[in-house]
Design a protein around this ligand. Sequence first.
Ligand code: F6R
Length: 261
Amino acid sequence: MDIIIASDYEDLSDRAHRMVLTQMEEHTRTVLGLATGSTPEGLYERLVADHRGEEVDFSKTITFNLDEYVGLDPSHEQSYHYFMHEKLFDHVNINPSNIHLPNGQALNLTHECERYEAAIDRAGGIDLQVLGIGRDGHIGFNEPTTSLQSRTHIATLTPETVEDNARFFDSKEDVPRFAITMGIRTILDAQKCILMASGEHKAEAVRRAVEGPVTASVTASALQMHRNAIVLIDEAAASALERKDYYRWIQENKERLAGRL
Ligand code: F6R
């Protein structure tokens, strides 16, 4: 794992933006795995601004979102379909047929999970997966005790996640209890993963994911098994890390080596 500590949310979003841009510049046909939530909003704003300045071309980009609530219509303001269109897709030149999100309204949800997994395979797998982390250490909607070998499946949200996401709904009762989510194995199959976290409320989850044991109790810890995972966090999210100075030391020294790699 590469642990990169940014000074604040703006710096974090700038760095994530540069990583995604580099990926898109190096591979015109890029398969991006995307997350919703507050954390990647700064990244999406920057990609939209680039597109307005005609610096980035999404015409050959393919996207797969991590997850979608079960039962919400795509036109529902809190559906992840709606979020992604509002924050990114409606503002860039992505081909609508290249956009993929699980269908949380499918009549047969098990088939939908299999269909989604097969679509990722057909696209050749995910090149770069963007991730956020929940306070309980989840990535996607892979809540504690989800198998680290899981594929796309139906997840039951924990009460903690329902509470965290209630801020987007009229009331806690309106938050769906189920979601379709890529599994941990699906995420680990991506060529590269960037886990982003900002704020002190994420510090404990980040500490457990990075410095704790690999455990299904903190599904983000599975990224320790990924050969190309970057943990991109701001100072506040890094505040509980025991070896923070060492991670900084690694980054400083790597920057010196950069020209020779
Ligand atoms: C969203 C997702 C979730 C969020 C996580 C953090 O697609 O997969 O795992 O990334 O809950 O959410 P925020 O960024 O709102 O703190």
